[in-house]
Design a protein around this ligand. Structure first.
Ligand code: 2P0
Length: 337
């Protein structure tokens, strides 16, 4: 039995999920099901805060749900699948939201749509705030919220937990692997090579790779092997095992994109300067393993004791580059009101 919703509001804060082993490609574009297994770390220090208000549709004067990022209204079509999935989940948990709209306002303390996984933290914060505003609170299992977030952005499914998470190929929801305390001296240096939004969305680029890259099949096969290597490195907290798997995963993801027709190139000259710097740092015997996502930014996995030395060398390689030192972050949090 379902009961009518009542007006409510909630605020949630979530962190991005940075993939060490990359999700790139979909098994199902409608349901947004990943074709590769991914293994990710939740980043502390990068926050998305989302405030959601639930209000009766007849009193709203609005034709639909509303999402604003930094005060700017977003095309609601991009969110339709997400809100449909959320309403289904609410109904399964006894709350009827058919005559209610959501109004969401979101902002981050880092650039959006620039290859820093803002859609992961964004949809994770959104699903949690929607649950709070609807009065669902802690009722749905986190895996159910993860499955709804996945419809918004598959990487967001991973951001529902802190620490290290995995999203298997073909999976509807992510799963926790290790909590945030697992690797206390792991650091991730986030280097902002360029500000401003990326030139094409990861969703379009991912689909174009699937359809137009002759290397896509090899990429899918390879992903499972790299996933297992990375899991072994994480289990043993050994960067000399995890690091090479991290590097191979992003390099092979981009190789598949470069081979696409037309090619997809997110790299900028500054990205390459930092990639080369990491190789030299490793040549000097320091563990510094970089990765990149759908944008020009570079993230470097290292240990606490090497953070200063690596940061200095990155600054020398790309003077003026903005560096943030992140630790492994916790789960998203929900505040009522
Ligand atoms: C990841 N990325 O695993 C990969 C690595 C970027 C490179 O997930 O289409 O915004 O919304 O499911 O999650 C970025 O893509 O894509 C991404 P959709 P999403 O983090």
């Amino acid at each position: 039995m379902t009961t009518e919703a009542v007006s409510g509001s909630a605020t949630a804060v979530a962190h991005p999920s940075l993939a060490m082993i990359k999700y790139w490609g979909k098994q199902d574009t409608t349901e947004n099901i990943p074709a590769t297994p991914s293994l990710a770390v939740t980043l502390d220090g990068l926050d998305t805060t989302t405030h959601v208000v639930l209000y009766p549709s007849e009193a709203s004067g609005s034709p639909s749900d509303i999402v604003k990022i930094d005060g700017v209204s977003q095309p609601i079509q991009r969110y339709k699948g997400f809100f449909d999935a959320f309403r289904r989940l609410a109904s399964e948990n006894g709350i009827d939201l058919t005559r209610w709209w959501f109004m969401a306002e979101s902002s981050s303390n880092f650039p959006s749509a620039a290859g820093l996984a803002s859609s992961a933290s964004g949809f994770a914060a959104l699903v949690l705030a929607c649950a709070g505003a609807s009065g669902l609170g802690d009722v749905p299992d986190t895996r159910d919220l993860s499955a709804v977030a996945r419809v918004g952005s598959a990487s967001a499914a991973r951001s529902l937990w802190g620490g290290f998470t995995q999203l298997n190929a073909g999976a509807k929801s992510a799963a926790p692997v290790k909590d945030a305390s697992w690797w206390p001296n792991l650091r991730i240096i986030v280097a902002e090579v360029e500000k401003g939004p990326k030139s094409f969305s990861s969703r379009m680029a991912m689909e174009s790779t699937r359809l137009h890259s002759p290397y896509y099949k090899a990429w899918l096969e390879d992903s499972s092997i790299l996933f297992r290597q990375a899991m072994a490195g994480l289990e043993s907290r050994d960067l000399s095992i995890l690091g090479p798997a991290i590097r191979k995963s992003y390099m092979r993801m981009f190789a598949t994109m470069f081979a696409s027709d037309p090619p997809i190139v997110y790299w900028k000259p500054g990205s390459l300067s930092l990639i080369n710097a990491c190789e030299k740092i490793r040549g000097d015997g320091i563990q510094a393993w970089e990765t990149m996502d759908a944008g020009p930014q570079v993230k470097v996995f290292c240990l606490d004791e090497n953070t200063e030395a690596i940061s200095r060398r990155l600054q020398m390689a790309l003077p003026g580059v903005n560096l943030r030192i992140c630790t492994v972050g916790g789960a998203p949090v929900l505040r009522n009101g």
